[in-house]
Design a protein around this ligand. Structure first.
Ligand code: SF4
Length: 323
């Protein structure tokens, strides 16, 4: 299923995303939102409310993912969740969090969401007694709780990028973020195809226009058609020259400081690309990227090295080069 127009609105089979806090309380290496380099910065509730209600006139999603950075750092998160609901842009609200602050969330938070997706990282697990209370609150409010356990990340971008246009086109055309998961992002009155095209130009030093990849959200009658054309465009974004899309080399998950976050990406795109996985993506666009598992038992086995890791997963044939 792809995009279509229904009652004058572009309908996506997936969701759209709202980054409410750009910074994070963790520092995951190669975080695709580059959150570790951002200092405290929050979206204003009025901006979120305005952007979503305007976009809702021309766009319909199956869900809105509220994330960051770490969204639970936002003190007015419940107000924002109320605005997402009021906009009518999607029937479901999903909050994606690392879970560290989840035990502190009050009943009004649980009453405002439909699903909480917890990304669990090594050494940052929620203690079991706190998880029991979280499960109870979720059940009381009919909230779906999803846990994804990350053992690995893929390099998300290159500081130097590439001048190889064919490689850029391949990375774009196989990009699961844009074409499979469709992580379209609303940011300051603009619609971006992916979060990377929001954040890469705001961190890299050589980008003249940080809005180049975006479509301004407007109220005019032609906006839905422009949005559909933008979403269907086969042309890579400016940010794809530095982004690795889904094809970055696989690496064990680790935490980094703000100061050293950018260092591992100081290589050309060619050196940070997992060529074997890129070939797999050419044939299997929704191939498992090998980063997360649902099962905590499998995750622990992967981390302790007692289970076959993603690099040898039989379905995906990941071959990280030199990780
Ligand atoms: S910048 Fe390009 S390659 Fe990166 S996530 Fe966006 S569309 Fe995909």
């Amino acid at each position: 299923m792809t995009y279509h127009i229904e009652n004058g609105r572009v309908v996506t089979p997936e969701g759209c995303e709202l980054n409410v806090a750009h910074h994070c309380n963790l520092g995951c290496a190669s975080c695709s939102h580059l959150s570790p380099v951002f200092t405290r910065s929050f979206v204003a509730p009025e901006t979120a409310a305005h952007d979503l209600s305007l976009l809702a006139k021309s766009f319909r999603a199956q869900f809105v993912k509220v994330l960051g950075g770490e969204p639970l750092l936002h003190r007015e998160l419940v107000t924002i969740l109320g605005s997402v609901r009021a906009s009518g842009i999607a029937p479901r609200i999903v909050v994606c969090t690392n879970g560290v602050l989840l035990p502190r969330m009050r009943e009004d938070f649980w009453a405002a969401v439909d699903e909480v997706e917890i990304s669990v990282y090594p050494g940052k697990e929620i203690p079991e007694e706190k998880m029991a209370r979280i499960r109870e609150l979720a059940a009381d409010h009919g909230v779906t709780l999803t846990l994804l356990h990350y053992s690995h990340f893929r390099y998300s971008y290159s500081e130097f990028g590439t001048g190889d246009e064919r490689l850029v086109r391949r990375i774009y055309s196989t990009c699961q973020i844009a074409h499979v998961w469709r992580c379209h992002t609303v940011f300051e009155g603009h619609f971006f195809k992916c979060p990377q095209s929001v954040f890469l130009p705001r961190v890299l030093d050589d980008v003249a226009d940080p809005w180049e990849d975006a479509l301004e959200i407007t109220d005019d009658p032609g906006f839905a058609d422009r949005l559909l054309a933008y979403l269907r465009s086969p042309e890579p974004l400016r940010a794809c020259r530095n982004c690795l899309g889904s094809a970055g080399r696989l690496m064990p998950h680790e935490q980094r400081t703000r100061r050293d976050f950018r260092l591992p990406q100081r290589h050309p795109t060619e050196d940070l690309t997992d060529r074997a996985f890129l070939e797999l993506l050419d044939r299997t666009p929704d191939a498992d990227d090998g980063c997360a598992v649902d099962s905590a038992t499998e995750w622990r086995s992967r981390l302790s090295g007692t289970a076959a890791g993603p690099a040898s997963a039989s379905t995906t044939h990941h071959t990280p080069e030199g990780t």
